[in-house]
Design a protein around this ligand. Structure first.
Ligand code: NAD
Ligand code: IPM
Ligand code: MN
Length: 351
């Protein structure tokens, strides 16, 4: 029996996870769910944002489904020493699982183009997969400190760290339009020069069938809004990928609809890309779409159940035609949208 560890986390995390877990149980009733703590709530209860019991559970499961972690800007959690903060719990979880490739697909569902702030003809063309490196760069580089009146962080990458994530991007491109754009800042940063060389070498030696372009991150930020249809797969380092994926998330209409899969050699980690949304937490109006679509990615990548993943994606699309949460301009609640997805899953024409 496959086992999925569910980490609802903080803020709207438990609200969106509840909907997503119902969807998972509906399409895969044989999956066993194991609920564990992560983030600020975990710190409050155990003194650690990534408790030992959670570490133990995630290292011995088939996949992990995560809500969100973190508090508001003025949360007491933000005054804790950095390793005890909610976000550190998430980073420790990613590190423990060894999930170095973060897949963040951006697509505008057919019929839902009007939700995009972009012109509908532009929105219709968007189908981008952002592959964000997740275990390197400034996030994990030990060369970091606050020293008196100054502070520094370091964006370090080894060739092998670049190579393994670039492979994920090239392999994904082979199942799509066979185009990869590697995003860097090679006009300024040495680390980007190394990144660019590794990616180009891999393309030339092992992926000659893939069209590879190199572009600068500042220009990509502009072009993702101006002509987003030009991209197929984007591969980039950790911090650039974090920023570009929130930017790209605006295209389908809301941060609330974007799912992600983080993959390595062990269990995969699946989470929406948005945060704990303290401004709406507890109101029952968070959009669960990103988490529900993360369940689809979980079924596809970790449990090898592509048919169920497609059913969920079709059901979400059908549900959004009827129910929309306030972030998408509607009046629907989390519960109502979740229920509409469950109802659509029951329809024969989607199965
Ligand atoms: P956020 O993503 O939580 O919120 C940004 C805006 O988007 C808010 O207005 C919020 O209401 C809205 N929003 C986000 N998700 C939504 C959803 N599902 N439905 C409707 N509206 C939604 O970003 P933030 O405010 O910068 O961060 C809040 C906290 O979340 C911080 O502590 C941050 O560190 C944390 N965070 C966690 C994760 C994660 O757990 N993976 C990701 C990003 C931020
Ligand atoms: C994300 C988040 C995290 C990140 C934070 C909460 C550590 O913004 O998943 O995109 O920066 O990776
Ligand atoms: Mn982010």
């Amino acid at each position: 029996m496959p086992r999925v560890v569910v980490l609802p986390g903080d803020g709207i995390g438990p609200e969106v996870c509840a909907s997503a877990a119902e969807v998972l149980q509906k399409v895969a009733p044989d999956v066993e769910l194991d609920y564990q703590l992560l983030g600020g709530g975990a710190y409050d209860q155990t003194g650690s944002p990534f408790p030992d019991a959670t570490r133990e559970a995630v290292m011995n499961c088939d996949a992990v489904l995560l809500g969100t972690v973190g508090g508001a800007q003025n949360s007491p959690w933000n005054a804790l020493p950095r390793p005890l903060r909610p976000e550190s719990g998430l980073l420790q979880l990613r590190k423990a699982l060894g999930v170095y490739a973060n897949l963040r697909p951006v697509k505008v569902m057919p019929g839902l183009e009007s939700l995009s702030p972009l012109r509908e003809d532009l929105a219709r063309q968007v189908d981008v997969l952002i592959v964000r490196e997740l275990l390197g760069g400034a996030y994990f580089d030990p060369r970091r400190a606050i020293e008196g009146d100054s502070a520094y962080n370091t964006i370090g990458y080894s060739k092998s760290e670049v190579d393994r994530v670039a492979r994920v991007a090239f392999d994904a491109a082979r199942t799509r339009k066979k185009e990869v754009t590697s995003v860097d800042k090679a006009n300024v940063l040495e680390v980007s020069e190394l990144w660019r060389g590794v990616v180009q070498n891999l393309r030339d030696t092992e992926y000659p069938d893939i069209k590879l372009e190199h572009e600068y991150v500042d220009s990509v930020a502009m072009l993702l809004v101006k002509t987003p249809g030009r991209y197929d797969v984007i591969v980039t380092e950790n911090l650039f990928g974090d920023i570009l994926s929130d930017l790209a998330a605006v295209i389908p209409g809301s941060l609330g609809v974007m799912p992600s899969a983080s993959l390595g050699d062990g269990p995969g980690l699946y989470e929406p890309i948005h945060g704990s949304a303290p401004d709406i937490a507890g109101k029952g109006i968070a959009n669960p779409t990103g988490t529900i679509l993360s369940v689809a990615m979980l079924l596809r990548h970790s449990l090898n159940r592509d048919a169920e993943a497609r059913r969920i994606e079709a059901a979400v699309q059908a549900a959004l035609e009827e129910v929309r949460t306030p972030d998408l301009g509607g009046k629907g609640t989390t519960q109502e949208l979740g229920a509409a997805v469950l109802k659509a899953l029951g329809r024969a024409d989607l199965g």
